[in-house]
Design a protein around this ligand. Structure first.
Ligand code: SF4
Length: 400
């Protein structure tokens, strides 16, 4: 297939957190708000003059300093962010929003604040406490936390407009971007899809890592390009897989999948498009903040939610995706030392094995993925085993 429009530009944007589009927005006097987790509603960081940047630490090398401050037994993402902060890589940030959901990440923000690692006199941070259950009381608590830890500080410190109207404008722009992703996601259902897993991963990452207003025009052109694009005549994919798991912002993972001829039909991991790139419905006659908060709690598929209905919904959701996207298997991926996904992959695989014959595998991985021979061997073996099962099934059908 010919190169996708803007793909090289997107790759370049993903080379640093403070990329060209972030710098452009900052030059226009906008307020950069960093965050790392779905519990912090992205769209609410895009109100008024604020813009969201989901934090990454591209080109991470040694993690010695973060190891010294935070030990080696926390996930690579947390350590990489701390290391990058130590190097001054987040000096462009005006505010950092975190949540009492992953304690490892909280320690990062607290250390960044304590050691004054962001060289910005006005820099501030907020940590929200999020409920463990979706309930009326939980929603109230969540809203209060978002108001007091995120919206009000942004208003008081930087004069950001946090009115109902401003939230509605942010949702409108967010939905414009989500519509693009909804259409692109449908293309993954094609038998011989015209978009590759690597391209999809890159599109998703730039949409999180760049200001929405700046990246939107480029994404629109990419969608136009995709509409008329033709897939290669030969369908090279040997297996269609759902990937589910921890934070994953290194698209080398998808490159490894591609080199094993595995097609990622659904990206259900943090920084993926499910959830996060679906339109947020808003009614005119109810407060926007409440609706947005409710939406984020309802759609949140993080294993930190331990109530029975959420656990059950997460597993059932994977079965639904498997059917919808015609998947041949599921890959659970876990960042090393990520406790949430450590137990989720055990419970999830046990539950799904009882419900379906879908092949499943799980891998644990470092934050930096490129060149991981071990990961490639695991995926290759999994694809191979799916191929064998398909042959056996066809034989059985022919003999019967
Ligand atoms: S990958 Fe796991 S441990 Fe790391 S920040 Fe995310 S939830 Fe926390």
């Amino acid at each position: 297939m010919k190169d996708l429009k803007h793909i090289h530009f997107y790759e370049q944007l993903l080379d640093e957190a403070n990329n060209d589009l972030v710098r452009k927005e900052k030059a226009e006097g906008k307020i950069a708000v960093g965050y790392t987790c779905y519990y912090v509603p992205e769209v609410l960081l895009n109100v008024g003059d604020a813009f969201s940047v989901r934090l990454r630490a591209p080109r991470t090398g040694s993690l010695d300093i973060s190891q010294y401050y935070m030990t080696a037994f926390i996930c690579g993402y947390s350590r990489a962010l701390f290391e990058r902060a130590f190097e001054g890589g987040y000096n462009f940030l005006d505010y950092w929003c975190s949540s009492e959901t992953c304690q490892q990440m909280n320690r990062v923000v607290e250390n960044v604040d304590h050691l004054k690692l962001v060289a910005n006199a006005k820099f501030g941070h907020g940590i929200i406490d999020a409920p463990l259950k979706v309930s009326e009381h939980g929603l109230k608590h969540y809203m209060t936390q978002i108001k007091t830890e995120i919206l009000e500080p942004l208003h008081e410190k930087y004069g950001v407009d946090i009115s109902d109207e401003s939230i509605r404008r942010a949702v409108k722009e967010h939905n414009e971007m989500c519509k693009i992703f909804e259409e692109i996601s449908e293309l993954r259902k094609e038998k011989n899809p015209r978009i590759t897993p690597r391209e999809m991963h890159i599109l998703s990452l730039v949409s999180y890592a760049c200001p929405t207003a700046q990246i939107l025009p480029y994404l629109k052109e990419t969608l136009e390009d995709l509409r008329s694009r033709e897939a290669d005549p030969e369908n090279k994919w040997r297996a269609r897989l759902i990937v589910v798991g921890s934070e994953l912002d290194d698209y080398s993972f998808s490159e490894i999948m591609e080199s094993c001829r595995a097609y990622v039909v659904a990206d259900r991991y943090c920084f993926g498009t499910i959830p996060g790139r679906q339109c947020i419905p808003l009614k005119d006659d109810e407060p926007a903040l409440e609706q947005v908060c409710k939406y984020y709690l309802d759609t949140n598929a993080c294993p930190r939610f331990m109530s029975q209905e959420k656990v059950h919904a997460r597993h059932e959701e994977l079965l639904r995706y498997a059917e919808e996207y015609h998947a041949d298997g599921i890959v659970y991926e876990q960042a090393k030392f990520c406790d949430f996904w450590g137990y989720e992959k055990l419970i999830g695989t046990a539950y799904l094995k009882e419900k379906t014959n879908l092949p499943m595998t799980s891998v644990d991985r470092e934050y930096v993925i490129s060149g991981s021979g071990q990961l490639m061997t695991r995926i290759q073996a999994f694809v191979e085993s799916i191929g064998i099962k398909k042959i056996q099934k066809n034989r059985g059908a022919n003999n019967g």
